[in-house]
Ligand binder design. Structure first.
Ligand code: PMP
Length: 431
């Protein structure tokens, strides 16, 4: 059954739309809570949530009811030519939680479009197409978003509407920042920023776009306070800060509601997507009114912020806040992080356990080195599936296992997932 579907998938979709697990690709047919069931009837604990998108998990009554209520009105779509109550309400809520005074919100359908819109607002306001980005970043798959994506496998075209200069990533396992303390890292990064501005730009840069924790890049992040230190230098030049919170937003990092809040900084623009729709296509930008309002003509997204997706998004945000899922992410994330660090201490192949809250990466290397080991990564990945746990992969070298479970994860589920991961690492190491 799944084989048939895989053959049909391969016959009709581009080769690079490649499902996990190769010939054993999974078709998910139902889900409940943090569990999903495949076409063969096998149930898995899901630690990847459709790439950090099923933020509340599966079959959540409050979200279903909000969407069904909107469906029952007969209005699935109206366009912003007419007032959309759900959109206005969600925008009010997002503006309130953004931390940006008197913010405006523009809704799109995807994180890519959100970043494209933020880049439009910043480049328009600054009358410059020069942008700073971070190596090892991922921001999407349009020409603009790809241009600021510092990750060879995802930046598949060199055509660019932007002139981009690159800053160092938070990687301290290898490269120029290897082994630096937090304070030395921040100093080196600010020095690097000054040098990049002085040597690779014409000076009038529009913005820096940064993920507080790099998602696709394997949950790499710099020390707390880094973005704040960089922003002080950016402010000397009037350069705006765009925080891409597509993966880090809504409390996932546990300690903070937004990833940027670990950095003592106020972004000018924040982009969001993934989790806020819990699977419904919903994304956007929240930012300073003067930047959003300054677009010199009309801009429009047909489906962006439609009544169905914003009804879902509003229910999702209420759920996150009402159930204090940020605190749950901190609690269950600590179980996972502590447990994995204990496993790593006794493992020669886990070079680093990193992340925060429910955003956790395991970097897998050849024993005792920082040489990426994709074969061992794949063994752990496959063993997890065999043990009934879905996880993700990522990182520049494809050697990072990524976990981004729903924020509703229970402590028991965290322990159950940890046990499967522990076993998978031991098996992979022994084989
Ligand atoms: N920014 C980040 C940080 C992302 O992780 C992603 C998606 N992986 C995007 C932007 C693009 O979002 P989308 O796939 O919804 O276009």
């Amino acid at each position: 059954m799944t084989d048939d579907l895989l053959a049909r998938h391969r016959a009709v979709l581009p080769s690079w739309v490649a499902p996990y697990y190769g010939a054993d690709a999974i078709e998910l047919v139902s889900g409940s809570g943090r569990h999903v069931t495949d076409a063969s009837g096998r149930t898995y604990l899901d630690f990847f949530g459709g790439v950090l998108t099923n933020m509340l998990g599966y079959d959540v009554a409050e979200i279903r009811e909000a969407v069904e209520k909107q469906l029952a009105t007969g209005i699935v779509h109206s366009s912003t030519l007419y007032l959309i109550r759900q959109q206005v309400e969600l925008a009010e809520k997002i503006a309130r939680v953004s931390g940006i005074p008197d913010a405006r919100v523009f809704f799109t359908n995807s994180g890519t479009e959100a970043n494209e819109a933020a880049l439009l607002f910043a480049t328009n306001a600054r009358r410059s197409n020069q942008v700073l980005a971070i190596r090892n970043s991922y921001h999407g798959r349009s020409f603009g978003a790809m241009a600021v994506t510092g990750h060879r496998s995802w930046s598949v075209s060199g055509l660019s509407p932007l002139t981009v200069s690159w800053l160092s990533s938070g990687d301290r396992l290898r490269g120029r920042m290897t082994g630096l303390s937090d304070a030395d890292f921040v100093d080196a990064a600010v020095e690097d920023l000054r040098e990049v501005i002085a040597t690779t730009t014409a000076g009038d840069i529009a913005a820096l776009i940064a993920e507080p924790i790099q998602g696709v890049g394997g949950f790499v992040h710099g020390p707390d306070g880094l973005l704040g230190a960089l922003k002080k230098e950016l402010d000397n030049h009037g350069i705006l800060l765009i925080a891409d919170e597509v993966q880090t937003g809504w409390g996932r990092t546990g300690d903070h509601f937004w990833g940027y809040q670990a950095h003592d900084v106020q972004p000018d623009l924040i982009t969001f997507a993934k989790g806020i729709g819990n699977g419904f296509a919903l994304a956007g930008v929240v930012g300073r009114a003067d930047l959003l309002d300054a677009v010199p003509g009309t801009s429009f997204s047909t489906f962006g912020g439609n009544p169905i997706s914003t009804a879902a998004g509003s229910a999702v945000l209420d759920y996150v806040l009402d159930h204090d899922l940020q605190a749950n992410a901190a609690r269950t994330g600590t179980i996972l992080l502590d447990g994995l660090r204990a496993v790593a201490a006794g493992s020669a192949i886990v070079a680093e356990v990193r992340g925060r809250g429910l955003m956790i990466g395991l970097e897998i290397c050849r024993p005792g080195t920082t040489e990426p080991d994709t074969a061992a990564t794949m063994r752990i990945f496959d063993e997890c599936r065999r043990g009934g746990l879905l996880v993700g992969k990522g990182g520049l070298y494809g050697n990072v296992l990524r976990m981004g479970p729903p924020l509703t994860l229970t402590e028991d589920e965290a322990r159950a997932g940890l046990a499967i991961l522990t076993e998978a690492i031991r098996t992979a190491e022994g084989s």
